[in-house]
Design a protein around this ligand. Sequence first.
Ligand SMILES: Nc1ncnc2c1ncn2[C@@H]1O[C@H](COP(=O)(O)OP(=O)(O)OP(=O)(O)O)[C@@H](O)[C@H]1O
Length: 907
Amino acid sequence: MTIRPDIALPPDAAPPPEAPAKMSPMMEQYHEIKAANPGLLLFYRMGDFYELFFEDAEIASRALGITLTKRGKHLGADIPMCGVPVERSDDYLHRLIALGHRVAVCEQTEDPAAARARKSVVRRDVVRLITPGTLTEDTLLDARANNYLLAIARARGSAGADRIGLAWIDISTGEFCVTECSTAELAATLARINPNEAIVPDALYSDTELAPTLRELAAVTPLTRDVFDSATAERRLCDYFAVATMDGLAALSRLEATAAAACVTYVDRTQLGKRPPLSPPAREATGSTMAIDPATRANLELTRTLAGERRGSLLDAIDCTVTAAGSRLLAQRLAAPLTDAATIARRLDAVEAFAVDSGLREQIRSSLRAAPDMARALARLSLGRGGPRDLANLRDGIRAADEVLVQLAQLASPPQEIASAMAALQRPSRELCAELGRALADDLPLLKRDGGFVREGYEPALDETRKLRDASRLVVASMQARYADDTGIKALKIRHNNVLGYFVEVSAQHGEKLMAPPLNATFIHRQTLAGQVRFTTAELGEIEAKIANAGDRALGLELEIFDRLAGSIDAAGDDLRAAAHAFALLDVATALAKLASDDNYVRPEVDESLAFAIEGGRHPVVEQALKRAGEPFIANACDLSPGPAQKNGQIWLLTGPNMAGKSTFLRQNALIALLAQVGSFVPAIRARIGIVDRLFSRVGAADDLARGRSTFMVEMVETAAILNQASERALVILDEIGRGTATFDGLSIAWAAIEHLHEQNRCRSLFATHYHELTALSAKLPRLFNATVRVKEWRGEVVFLHEVLPGSADRSYGIQVAKLAGLPPSVVSRAKAVLAKLEANDRGQPKTLIDDLPLFAITARAPAEAAPPSEAEQLIDAVKALHPDEMTPREALDALYALKAKLPKAD
Ligand SMILES: Nc1ncnc2c1ncn2[C@@H]1O[C@H](COP(=O)(O)OP(=O)(O)OP(=O)(O)O)[C@@H](O)[C@H]1O
């Protein structure tokens, strides 16, 4: 989490910086603006740079790696300063925001010439506040991820039963959701939403109970109590949505309304009164999504791998979407699998429709690929930050909607989700689209202030003004010819720059002529450069004014047209947002269908039972990785459904050698359940899953030194959470519990945990272990089933078959795996010797063996330990080293002879 004391102060509670006794007017202005924006880095515009001063400069120079310089003195000390060029500021802003900083951008709001004339400092004002959760610029956003601002409100309950209200919005797309949860559920809910910035009341920010959870977040901004005032929440929401009561828009609990109002208040503050259009808050019913705590999300590598990469995660493996909005929706869905079988079935129906019709699927995907990101264009326009290309995006979006509708008409009876997407695509006004088509030119500038984006013929007044402007430019050209004639200077040119405007330019040698009578009556000297002399004339001044006026008028008219069009778009915002969402939805459905048909996924049966029956299940990510390496993935079944006379699901106890595929098997079953409830087809031959309400996974172990927890402590905290919270609808994946401590302690903990799962939690579970002693528990626990991963021993080597079968393993083949990993041969054979002794005696009495086993150092030197490879082994190594695909026939023949030569000579 990035909480910086320097930026984390509540906006209205920080003390203003101390004003010095005497400072320059500019520094006075700086201090005044800085004091009004505490907690934010101030980007103070000076010419072509944004400058930062004092502590801001120190923070920014450190964060951005830019030079810290000095500018004047303040209270007798140097003023630290650093600056970033305006045209590259987006890049710097991006980096500061990514680090959790918040920035106030302060612009010059008048022409410096006017200030000079007034003999005072240029007027400046903060034009916007940029915070991680309130971004809209494409350059600052990740197109494929949502950018959520989240507000957390708390209501104190009796006996520690506090309730938490959450509201989250993405102002770049207009999404707005609220929900409530308990304090215990907070971590899982936050991990699901994954906000880029959270705002919390001061009191909550300093709460010791919640601090560890809040620390997991990317950036947290504490705010004063008034922002979270429940008494004024409804009024603030009504004010934002311009309605008299929220009842018609959303039914919110008081706590949800408090969090929602905090969000809109913060948006108001950071956008300085500009209000991005938001959908009315959609309420997420408690329990409508599968609860997955942060550790499980991390372990299962849902959106990021444990190393923090998107590549290699489940999302990356299944994301075949072709639009940024589709990718965002898929990530949202993956983060929040559903728990309602009917809703899941509706999503699956849509995927199925496209899975069976690959022709239609590909047509739609190619139309979607060309469609623009309407939601973000819309948000930029509403905030006054949009440009002509955003208008064009909406025009093209509506055109794409028509194209997709024609394609979807091929479906005889579209399933419900597709039918509602079709209805949404019909909503945007076609008249608006036609108007945009008439108004916009073919080539559009990025910024509206560059002009030239309105098509000729759209508005007569504009055409007229442009003609005037262009005609005046022609007059300048003819004037140049006339002046050249009149003066006899052929090389005379009329040029233009921003300082002088239009001017006559001649070489130095001709300059004298124009400055002497009679020509000096017409040509007024303006500037002498090394090689040229520049002049103006009264006539040129007049024509320049005409050109400037016509140009300004033309731009003014264009901007009026822009505002009119942006206004119509804003008014049609709801329809356009609905269409944008429909695109995303179709993108996700077609992408999942493509995945299903490319990778052989099947439609899962999802119902209210406690079944969990997978036939031919595969791991979606490992399978893809093996496929790239040209290797097959071995499919495996898993059945945790209650037996004939049982009420609860089963526990599979999986034993098997290292590297056999136990972890892969555990995770694949969790991922199949998750994918099924996301509404995706699954990598299996058949799958029936009774709704899982909560997924727990403890796979592997990692230190959490930042939190002062050792590997074993992390393992136990996570196991405790599972044993305390899993109900009979949960799915629990436990991998090697207890391995982080002494053998007997670990075995005992694992033993007790299995009994607890069986007797108390009674949930469907998969438990992998190297403690083979645990398999004896199946005699006592009727719903415990022993399974093992098969391996084959071949010439002393272990061969992994990756097949999961009933039964239990008797050994771990740890030493063989260690050998494969390249442990020195002396260590491997020494380990074998120790193991043999240990097995011959009681495994639990290693101390008594010390005397039986001479020291490693002594045996390690024994020549037998490093025996040279046998002839057969040499032959195998030589064959392994051959790469037939890379050999020429000649090389292959030579290799054959060489192999033959290696054979033992027949006597
Ligand atoms: N079903 C399978 N088909 C093909 N290859 C597999 C399969 N399962 C696992 N593998 C391969 O075996 C490797 C090891 O798998 P995994 O990590 O699941 O083993 P493990 O039994 O959990 O090992 P350990 O006990 O050492 O943690 C994987 O990286 C994968 O490449």
